[in-house]
Design a protein around this ligand. Structure first.
Ligand code: ADP
Ligand code: MG
Length: 561
């Protein structure tokens, strides 16, 4: 027996609590979505554990979530008969910041209230969101499979401390009671709650029940289910509205922005599965997804049972911005990460995820320029990784890339390789680009003057990843990609014959100067040539075809290489 204890939250918890309650107020109703999603996760976990140990669900097999109101006590209670928590788990999960994402979130905080509010909105605040509307939260829970007297009671006012005590005679699962703040009476209104559940939690796969109102408007002791209670992706597409998908997306991704687009497919054949993939409209804050080690967002279900987050197994890294669900009919329920790694069925599903994601992006590029541009701005550099990573889809990925160019307006990445090819000059057979470490440097490169003067468009590459990507992108639609700053530019094809004669005359005239320069520069350069690149600048450095780009050489030097 352990007696009641008062404990302090970890310093970080106190910080999150403070932020949540002060900055999320304008989105306060998300607490309901977060608590329902925890209850649903707990039911998922129990169902998963019961695969190996069926006795866990004995006596109470219909997993569900119940929401009830006590207007006199001003409380709102969410109860689930899911997996529950042991005492240690309560301390670990509720009293500390167990999730590494939360730590990163805290590291990302800027101290600027407006920015931090945006951050926190993009980040699932989870359990602590209860304190937006409650001045006291009581949680009671008993772990599935534990003895009847092994329950736990946790309580806090969300300021710095909580109490934890043993509790006997609790049913399996977790009950969370919110003691609502004075000004939050709207959440005591059953009608209001139903409408919020409809908005945020309709797709939850377990029944969410509320007391049925009798004739006199008072609860009559019976319960009724207030959501669809069927996994959204299993429902026929014809029955689903945009709002249903958006509601599902928001709770899946803990995002309060709408998804930009989605794709929902049922595949039947040698193996059967359902895919539902979403493209977010805004990136989650950086730390959450740029790290390759920590990827979340694609959930694997097997015959409606949640198995695990399997983003790394089901999506290549360059598509890590996608969110969604895969539900397989054929994988064994006891799969492990190791099995997923080299399972033939999983490989097929993974290819399908890639194909569907690229389809979705192509469709967006064709149908909605504005949304596609937002995608390019938010995730374009992630997609570029695919040029190196996914040889089989290189051409499709390249088609989706957008760049700044000498014919586009400013630094915005708006020109596709197809746009470029569509306006290539007569006689031009290559796609020219120049790379530098910023837009201005690229646009102002002396090496592209002659191309510019001849009306030849040059793509301007200045993102960190570009140089690396270009190492893998040698050709597109049968056209070579050529660095305008490397090797000889064959401008004869672009200019006329007269051009050529004039140049030969100029070469002749310059011979004494070239000889003098060679003498002066000596060992420091490989050669001095009369080139065709420049029109205004008197001279420039040019690299051999296989030399490293200048700014890359500089980066290497800076890194001490
Ligand atoms: P997340 O759900 O993203 O992990 P939360 O803050 O919502 O973060 O919840 C923290 C943890 O608390 C959960 O991961 C889970 O372990 C535990 N938890 C919260 N609610 C419940 C519940 N109803 N039943 C069982 N465990 C829960
Ligand atoms: Mg949660």
């Amino acid at each position: 027996e352990t007696a009641a204890q008062t404990r302090k939250f970890e310093a970080e918890v106190a910080q999150v609590l403070h932020l949540v309650t002060h900055s999320l107020y304008s989105h306060k109703e998300i607490f309901l979505r977060e608590l329902v999603s925890n209850a649903s996760d707990a039911c998922d976990k129990l169902r998963f554990e019961a695969l190996a140990n069926p006795s866990l669900v004995e006596g109470d097999a219909e997993l569900r979530i119940e929401i009830s109101i006590d207007a006199d006590a001003r409380t709102l209670t969410l109860r689930d008969n899911g997996v529950g928590m042991s005492r240690d788990e309560v301390i670990e999960n509720i009293g500390t910041i167990a999730r590494s994402g939360t730590r990163k979130f805290l590291e990302a905080l800027s101290g600027d209230a407006r920015k931090d509010t945006q951050l926190i909105g993009q980040f699932g605040v989870g359990f602590y969101s209860a304190f937006i509307v409650a001045d006291k939260v009581t949680l009671t829970t008993r772990r599935a499979g534990s003895a009847a007297d092994a329950g736990v009671r946790w309580e806090s006012d969300g300021t710095g401390e909580y109490t934890i005590a043993d509790a006997a005679d609790l049913p399996r699962g977790t009950s969370v009671t919110l003691h609502l703040k004075e000004e939050e009476s709207e959440f005591l209104n059953a009608w209001q709650l139903r409408s919020l559940i409809g908005k945020y939690s309709d797709h939850i796969a377990f029944p969410i029940r509320m007391p049925k109102e009798a004739e006199d408007g008072k609860p009559g002791g019976e319960w009724e289910t207030v959501n669809h209670a069927a996994a959204l992706w299993t429902r026929p597409k014809s029955e689903l509205k945009d709002d249903d998908y958006q509601g599902f997306y928001k709770s899946l991704a803990h995002d309060y922005n709408d998804a930009a687009s989605w794709t929902h497919n049922r595949v039947e054949g040698s193996q059967s599965y359902t895919l539902l993939l979403f493209l977010p409209s805004k990136p989650p804050f950086d730390a959450m997804w740029s790290g390759r080690d920590e990827r979340k967002g694609l959930k694997l279900y097997i015959r409606r049972v949640f198995i695990m987050d399997a983003s790394e197994q089901l999506l290549p890294s360059y598509l890590r911005f996608m969110r969604g669900v895969v539900d397989s009919d054929d994988l064994p329920l006891n799969v492990s990460r190791e099995i997923l790694q080299d399972n033939r069925l999983v490989q097929q599903i993974r290819s399908a995820c890639v194909k569907r994601s690229l389809d979705l992006l192509e469709k967006l590029a064709n149908d909605d320029k504005e949304k596609f541009q937002a995608f390019v701005d938010n995730f374009g550099n992630v997609l570029k990784e695919g040029i190196a990573e996914d040889t089989a889809n290189r051409e499709r990925i390249a088609k989706l890339l957008r760049f700044a160019s000498t014919k586009s307006d400013g630094a915005g990445r708006t020109v596709s390789l197809d746009d470029y090819i569509g306006r290539m000059a007569v006689g031009q057979d290559a796609i020219y680009y120049v790379s530098a470490d910023g837009y201005a440097a690229a646009a102002g490169s002396p090496q592209i003057e002659a191309l510019r003067a001849r009306g030849v468009e040059v793509l301007l590459m200045f993102d960190r990843i570009d140089e690396w990507m270009l190492g893998y992108l040698h050709e597109y639609a049968g056209k070579k990609l050529r660095n305008a700053a490397k090797g000889e530019l064959d401008l004869d094809a672009l200019g006329g014959a007269a051009d050529k004669e004039a140049r030969e005359a100029a070469n002749k005239a310059a011979e004494p100067l070239v000889a003098k320069l060679k003498e002066l520069l000596g060992e420091r350069v490989r050669d001095v040539r009369v080139g065709q690149r420049l029109t205004d600048s008197p001279s420039c450095l040019v690299l051999d075809e296989y030399d490293m780009a200048l700014h890359l050489q500089r980066l290497m030097r800076e890194a001490g290489q």
